[in-house]
Structure formats: C-alpha cells, structure tokens
Ligand binder design. Structure first.
Ligand code: HSE
Length: 416
C-alpha cells in the first residue's frame, strides 16, 4: 500500500481524492500497488465532506507520518504551498502538484532539492489541465530540438472568448460561468490578465529549451480590452480572437509572449473552443504535433495529478525529477526586435484625412471592413510585417493629429 496526503481540499484537491477512490482498481493495476489517501490537510472545515475522516488541520499529521510517501500539493500560490513543498521534500516525500505559479516561480530550486534527495517533483497538471503535455515534451519529444510552442493555455479566457463570440454574452457573465464551473483561479485576474497563461508558457518553455524561462520576463497582455466589435472585425478577416501563449527559440535566444491574437479560421487553434486548451509543439524531427483536451476543471486536472502519483509508484526508487538549468546570461529576446503584423482600430474625426496619415505612418496597410460595422468615426487596418518597435513608432505618429481621436485597440495577428 502506498499512502498519499493531499494538501488543500479545494476544486483540484477534492477531485484527486475522488479520482483515487473512484478508479481504485485500475489505478492499483497500473501502479503495481494500491494507492490510498491517508490525510487531507486544510485549515478550513468541511462538515459535509465524504472525506471528513481524513481531514486534518495539523501539518505534523502529514510531515511527521513516515508511512506517507507521496504528497499532493493543490493549495496553490507561492506562500504556504512553497513552504510545505520544501518541507515534504526535506522529509523524504515525493511531491506532485498542479500549482503552476509555484513551479514557474520556484521550479529550479524545488527540482534541485528533489534531485538531491532522490525524489520526484512532478507537475503534469500545472499546464493544460488534463492534457498530457509536460511528460510528452520532456520525454516523448526528447529527441527533438524544439523550436517553438504555440498554445491556448487558459481555459477560463478561452471559455469567455467563446461565449462572447458564439452567444454574444458579455464578459462578466461569461466569467461568472467559468467561476461556477471551477475553471477560474481564486482571483480571476490571473486568468483574464494573462498571468496564468504566462506561467504556463514559462514552464513549457523551460522544459522545451532546457533552461529556465523566467515568467516575469514574458510580455503579457490579457483579454479585458477585447470587445464584441473586435470579434466582428476578426470575423470579417475570416478569423477569431484567442488568448495565445507562444515561445520561440531563435539563434540561442528565447522570445515568449502572451496576448490576444487574431487567428485565421483554418489554423488548428481557431477551433479550440470553451474550456479546451491546445498546444502546438514544433520539433526538428517530428515537425508539428498538437495536444488537445480539457484545460481546466476538477476531474480533468485531478486526472493529470493522479497520473503523476501513479508514475511515482510505478517507478518506485528511481528519481524522475529533471533540473532546469539557470541561464548564464539573459536568455530572452527583446520583444521590440520581433517581427509581426497587427490589427489596429482607430477612432477618427475625418476618415479620408486619417487614412492618409495611416498610410504615411505604416506604409502599405490593408483596410478591414466589416459588413455589420459601419462606424463613421472609425478605421480598422492591418499593418505590414514589421518589428514591434516600428509598430510603436507608427502608432506614435497617429498621436496629436487633428483627424485622429485615439487608438482603440491593437491586436497581433497569429502568423504561423
Ligand atoms: N484557471 C486555470 C484556467 C485553471 O482557466 O486555465 C487551470 O490551470
């Protein structure tokens, strides 16, 4: 019998206990041993929980119990979760987590500690919910040089954008639904401002490029400025708007970004709807491979957590922790140097004059007209391919011009 303890009895933690109990027989067969939850640590009371016999508020019941060999951390955040993860590893216990914030922030240190102790620190559930992506990236694709990752990595924002586009729902109504479904973070700012997707692309990139990618250096923008009008323009371009997280390795340097993007309908990511996530990985032997599935929610995420526990039990005695090399010098590209095309909306006083200014600021733009949008005080266009620096110079040339009131929105086009 292998005993585990679950730290944090929230959406994912309770899902882990549920999956271990529900699939007990098949889990034992695959793990080669029976797996049971011995303790659940949480400071809150759950008087109606079916697991109340296992609940404790005393951390010593977990860390002081030598029979518990695997700890599942589903507390979230980088406070108590960080302290408890270190304490578990120091006490000789393997740790499995869904906590992307902790992995993205303290991954190098925790992986190193796990390795020194001959233990595993596994986090399949930290990216893509139930989608197997961490292990495939680190193991199944290990023969490839990975040149890029492009994905939809946040279920909440994908759900919101889908509901807005398909049902015409407003942003806050769709967010409320995502919260009710258990997709959103405790503070949904992390979802809607892109921070959650940023941590996830940092984790994937650290694995793909074999060096730590610091999420604090990733250019990040959320979806709060995206309106139904932007979506109508996207439709006129035969495209949809998605929150895209991407990274590329070029000439030894890494470029990573999270932002809304206009995605052509024929692109595989355009059809990823609702809470689903998808990740396209480009390797030099395999070419492109896409991983797709439910990116958030209780049981999908628990499924990935429990798979890590099974992996530890099946490979008992062998440490499966990798380490992330810290880069010797700044490994990130300056976003200003990166080429792209952009969709721009501006509010104008005089369309003809404003169009002349736009052409002289950006060169050969393509005007975007949407059938159902006839805003006399607005122009929309896509820029030629240029660096972000050139884009910003173009935008600054529109400022202080009499025929132009303001820039309403700028959204990157997803080009590959
Ligand atoms: N809030 C996250 C999301 C949960 O919506 O994707 C899964 O990491």
């Amino acid at each position: 019998m292998v005993y585990t303890a679950v730290l944090g009895y929230g959406v994912v933690g309770s899902g882990v206990v549920e999956v271990i109990n529900k699939n007990r027989d098949s889990i034992s067969m695959r793990a080669g041993d029976e797996i049971a939850v011995k303790k659940i640590l949480d400071i809150r009371d759950f008087p109606d929980s079916p697991d109340k016999e296992l609940l404790t508020k005393n951390a010593e019941d977990v860390f002081g119990d030598d029979s518990i060999s695997v700890v599942v951390e589903t507390i979230g955040g980088i406070g108590v979760a960080y302290q408890f993860t270190k304490r578990a590893l120091e006490a000789g216990k393997h740790v499995v987590t869904s906590n992307k914030e902790l992995v993205a922030t303290h991954g190098p240190e925790l992986l190193k500690l796990a390795k020194e102790k001959g233990l595993s620190y596994l986090f399949e559930a930290s990216v893509g919910g139930g989608i197997p992506i961490i292990r495939p990236l680190g193991q199944c694709l290990a023969a490839n040089e990975i040149s890029g990752i492009t994905g939809i990595l946040n279920g909440t924002t994908n759900y919101i954008l889908t509901q807005m586009r398909r049902e015409g729902k407003d942003f806050s109504e769709a967010l409320k639904e995502a919260q009710l479904n258990g997709y959103a973070e405790a503070d949904p700012t992390a979802d809607v401002e892109g921070h959650d997707a940023c941590r996830k692309i940092a984790i994937l990139s650290s694995i793909a490029y074999n060096e730590y990618v610091d999420y604090r250096k990733i250019q990040t923008q959320g979806i709060t400025k995206i309106s139904l009008t932007d979506m109508q323009y996207a439709e006129a371009m035969d495209s949809v708007i998605k929150l895209v997280a991407m990274s590329r390795k070029q000439e030894g340097r890494i470029y990573a970004r999270v932002s809304p993007a206009i995605v052509r309908k024929e692109h595989p990511l355009a059809n990823v709807e609702d809470v689903f996530n998808a990740i396209v990985v480009s390797g030099n032997a395999l070419g492109d491979a896409m991983f797709y599935g439910r990116g958030a929610g209780k049981l999908p995420t628990a499924s990935a957590v429990v798979a890590d526990v099974i992996d530890i039990v099946r490979h008992a005695g062998s440490n499966s922790a990798n380490t992330w090399k810290m880069p010797e010098k700044d490994n990130m590209m300056d976003p200003q140097e990166v080429n792209g095309r952009y969709f721009v909306r501006i509010r104008v006083r005089n369309q003809e004059e404003a169009a002349r200014v736009v052409n002289s600021a950006f060169g050969d733009v393509s005007w975007v007209k949407a059938n159902n949008i006839n805003l006399e005080d607005e122009l929309a266009f896509t820029t030629p391919r240029a660096t972000e620096k050139v884009l910003e110079q173009g935008l600054s040339k529109l400022k202080g011009i009499g025929s132009i009131r303001e820039t309403v929105n700028v959204i990157k086009l997803l080009e590959d």
